[in-house]
Design a protein around this ligand. Structure first.
Ligand code: ATR
Length: 281
C-alpha cells in the first residue's frame, strides 16, 4: 500500500469488473512523477451500489477529489451527479467526475483523448476531407463528437447494424450520415480519415480486404482499439503504404483532463508512460 498523507487528494476508478483497468497505472505514474502524495485506486462498485457510492462522494467523503467511471456505470452515473457538461451530454456517457464548489460534476474525456492523440501524432487532420467511422457503439459517439468539434464537414458512419448508425446520425445532425457495410469500399474513395472503433478482425472475425489506397492523398487510418497495438485494420493499411495511428495514445490522453481536475497539475503523455502501459499489456 502507498502511504498517503492525511489530506492528500484521492481519486478512483469505478466499474464492475474493474481489475482490468489500466487507469491506476497511468495516474500513479503521474502522481509519482509530480511528487504528489495522492492516491488513485480501483474500486469495484456493483450497479445496485452506485447511488450510495455517489452519495458518499457528494458528502466529500474522505478527501476524494473525483475519479473515472467505466462500464457498466457510464450512463447511470449521469443521472446521479449534480451537473454534466455539454460534451458528456452529446456523447451520452460520463467517464470522469470531480468535486468542484461542493458539486459533483461530470464530463467525458474520450473525445479530447482521440483528438489529442491525433494532434500528438503530427500527421495532421485534413478537415476538408470527409471522415469515415466504422462502428456505432459508445466509443464511436466520442469519436464523432471529436470530429465535429474539430470542424469536419462530413462524418460518415458504417456499421454492421445499420439502425445503430442511423440513430447516431440523427443524434449528431446533418454533418453525420449512416451507411451500410457493403458500401464501405465506395465510401473509402477520397476519404481523408478512417477510424475503426470495432473489434473487427479480432476474436475469430475476418476483415474484408479494403483498398485504403483509394483514400485521399495524405489520408490517415486510425484505430481506437489498442490491444493489440497493431490491429488487423492498421496492419492492412500499413501494408498498403498508408499513415496510421494506433489507439493507445487515446487512452493516455483521455486521462489528462481528469488528473488535472483532481490533482491540479496537467500531466504529460510521455514515451516512458506509453512504454510502461505496453509492458503491462
Ligand atoms: P464500444 O463502446 O467499444 O463502441 P459497443 O457499444 O459494444 O462497444 O459497440 C461495438 C461496435 O463494434 C458496434 O458498432 C458493433 O457493431 P453492431 O452495432 O452491429 O453490433 C461493432 N462490432 C463488434 N464486433 C463486430 C464485428 N465482428 N463486425 C463488425 N462490427 C462489429
Amino acid at each position: 500500500m502507498v502511504d498517503v498523507a492525511m489530506n492528500a487528494p484521492r481519486a478512483f476508478v469505478i466499474g464492475d469488473p474493474i481489475s482490468h483497468s489500466r487507469s491506476p497505472l497511468i495516474h500513479r505514474y503521474w502522481l509519482a512523477n509530480a511528487g504528489i502524495a495522492g492516491s488513485y485506486d480501483p474500486v469495484e462498485v456493483k450497479p445496485k451500489d452506485l447511488p450510495e457510492f455517489v452519495a458518499r462522494l457528494k458528502d466529500g467523503a474522505a478527501g476524494i477529489a473525483g475519479g473515472n467511471v467505466t462500464l457498466p456505470h457510464k450512463q447511470a452515473i449521469a443521472e446521479l451527479v449534480d451537473t454534466t457538461d455539454e460534451t458528456a451530454r452529446q456523447i451520452g456517457a460520463v467517464n470522469t467526475v470531480w468535486l468542484e464548489d461542493g458539486k459533483l460534476k461530470a464530463t467525458n474525456t474520450d473525445s479530447h483523448g482521440f483528438a489529442a492523440n491525433l494532434d500528438a501524432s503530427a500527421l495532421g487532420w485534413d478537415k476538408a476531407q470527409s471522415a469515415l467511422v466504422l462502428g456505432a457503439g459508445g466509443a464511436s459517439r466520442a469519436i464523432i463528437h471529436a470530429l465535429l468539434a474539430r470542424g469536419f464537414g462530413s462524418v460518415r458512419i458504417v456499421n454492421r447494424t445499420q439502425s445503430r448508425a442511423r440513430e447516431l446520425a440523427e443524434r449528431f445532425g446533418p454533418r453525420v450520415s449512416a451507411h451500410a457495410m457493403e458500401d464501405l469500399p465506395d465510401l473509402l474513395i477520397g476519404t481523408g480519415l478512417f477510424v475503426n472503433t470495432t473489434s473487427l478482425g479480432m476474436g475469430g472475425t475476418t476483415v474484408p480486404e479494403l483498398d485504403f489506397t483509394a483514400m485521399a492523398s495524405g489520408a490517415l487510418v486510425t484505430d481506437i482499439v489498442y490491444v493489440p497495438l497493431q490491429t488487423p485494420i492498421l496492419k492492412m493499411a500499413t501494408a498498403q503504404g498508408l499513415a496510421t495511428v494506433d489507439g493507445l495514445g487515446m487512452l493516455l490522453h483521455q486521462a489528462v483532463p481528469g488528473f488535472e481536475k483532481w490533482f491540479g497539475i496537467r500531466p504529460e503523455v510521455t514515451t516512458e508512460l506509453r512504454q510502461l502501459v505496453i509492458a503491462d499489456m
